[in-house]
Structures are given as C-alpha cells and as structure tokens.
Design a protein around this ligand. Structure first.
Ligand code: CO
Length: 138
C-alpha cells in the first residue's frame, strides 16, 4: 500500500450502535474489553448513551429512553445494530457548504451541538450508499 493510502484524507471518528438495553449492552461490551465508557443522557433526543475509546476513535452505544424519540422509532423499524458512522473534520461549516454545493443531501444544513461538546451534522443515507454519516468537529 502507498504512503498516500496510509495517510488517508479522512479519520474515522466513531460508530454509533443502537441498543435496546444499555446496561445489558454495557456488560457485553465490557466482555469485549470496553470498560472505560462515559455514560450520559441527552433528554432532548430521548436517548442515553455510552462513549468508549476505541483506538484514536470511539464506539458509541445509544439507547432510547422514550418511545416517541427518533432512535426509538428507528429501532422499532430496523431493530438494534449499526446506526451511523462518523468522520472527523476540521471545519464542519465549510464541509457542509462544500457538500451542499456538490448536491449531497444533508440532514443538518448547519453544525449543531452533539455529545462531549462536539459539533456535529448528519448526511442523509440516500447520499451515502445507505449509510447514515455524521461529521464531527471536536
Ligand atoms: Co454519533
């Protein structure tokens, strides 16, 4: 592989996994070696989550706390599992403007606040081969 391949132009930031039972999922991930999670609630999104360090990135377990929330509705339709992939960017607003100009379908036209003080925005799966993609500026 070339040096350019190794350098890459994007860094995988985290993957988001939807789980029905956060305590049970935490036990399972502890068995996989994930023990130092940061657990937090996001009431306005009706979720509770745990973020684990995974190398230079993170794994995030996300669980609905109210059946009316978007994650609960997602889980009712699609079940547990991979929910989104996030990539790190340096300038989120500039990236979004660039993507919009390229005709990419954005869920968030502007950066918004995410967990841990991160600035985040989502790209519609329709523009990413069926994958919900999140961009994160730390
Ligand atoms: Co995320």
């Amino acid at each position: 592989m070339t040096d350019a391949f190794h350098a890459g132009s994007r860094r995988l930031h985290h993957i988001g996994i939807v789980v029905a039972d956060l305590d049970a999922a935490a036990e399972r991930y502890a068995a996989l070696g994930f023990t130092d999670g940061d657990r937090f609630a996001v009431p306005e999104q009706m979720i509770e989550a745990i973020t684990y360090h995974a190398g230079p990135g993170y794994v995030e377990l996300i669980s609905p706390t109210d059946p009316a929330g978007a994650i609960a509705r997602y889980m009712a339709k699609r079940g547990e599992g991979m929910h989104h992939v996030a990539f790190a960017v340096d300038d989120l607003a500039a990236e979004l403007a660039d993507l919009a100009a390229k005709g990419v379908r954005l869920i968030d036209e502007a950066p918004r606040s995410g967990a841990h003080g991160w600035r985040v925005a989502f790209i519609h799966p329709e523009s990413c081969n069926g994958v919900l993609v999140e961009l994160v500026q730390e």
